[in-house]
Design a protein. Sequence first.
Length: 297
Amino acid sequence: MAKAKSRTASWLAYLPQAALLGLFRALPAGPRGALASRVGRFAVNRVPRLRNRVENNLRLIFPEKDAAWRAGVRQEVGDNFGRTIIETMTIRDFQRRAPWTEPEGPGWQVMLDTLATGKGVFLVSGHFGQWEAVRGLLLSRGMETGGIFRPIKNPFLNADYTACLEAGGRPMVDRDAAGLREMIRHVRKGGMMSILMDQYTKRGAEIDFLGHPAPSGTMIAELAVKYDLPMIPAYATRRADGSIRIEFEAPLARGTALEMTQAAADSLAARVRATPGQWFWLHRRWVKEFPGENAGA
């Protein structure tokens, strides 16, 4: 009985979410993106919990910047947040539009050469720009790329979300033991996995991210070392004209798992410092700096 009530409550909670997604999906791409941007900017600027988190993070990392600068970054974060979420939830249309540039950077050829030998590749990144565009570009070229994701608690919304992610490339695996086993099988068969490595990990190693300790998981680097697979930083940066620039940096230098995890964080940090509005400042990345907040988002 309790399970049935919980399922009913989840369904009722999903109905307005489904209606909102239905509205976005019914709109043409231009108006859809504009509305998504507006909703994202409203949320980041007007929802106290979100605004405060962004403000706290920006003050921590950029203490020298003033309120006007932070307000500008919040606008950019809201724009990117809204657009990215809706582009992900309308993934097939996003793929049809293919707003990305030709791939750039030394890592692109390294990736192709590695795949040609039958070995797998880890593409490492963070919640920066339109992170799903990297997998979109690869899928458009016949190179399906899996990923790791955190399921949404509402099972109905999660089913919709998972289907959209899988349309961008499989396998999409959970962060549990079963997901880890599936990921290992995939890369050992010569597949690719795209990993966003910028979220707080409770039992993670304390690495430096943007000048502050940020507990991070080292599992991907451990697998890269164990199976001799490259970790290639890959980024999708939004541009003013609406296109998305895709860049593959040189593979991370071989080292220990901790050293390679730190190198991945340093790569992302350089991007964030160059264009801070592209990063997802809504994350609780520095939990120890703000003990009043719970980790996990």
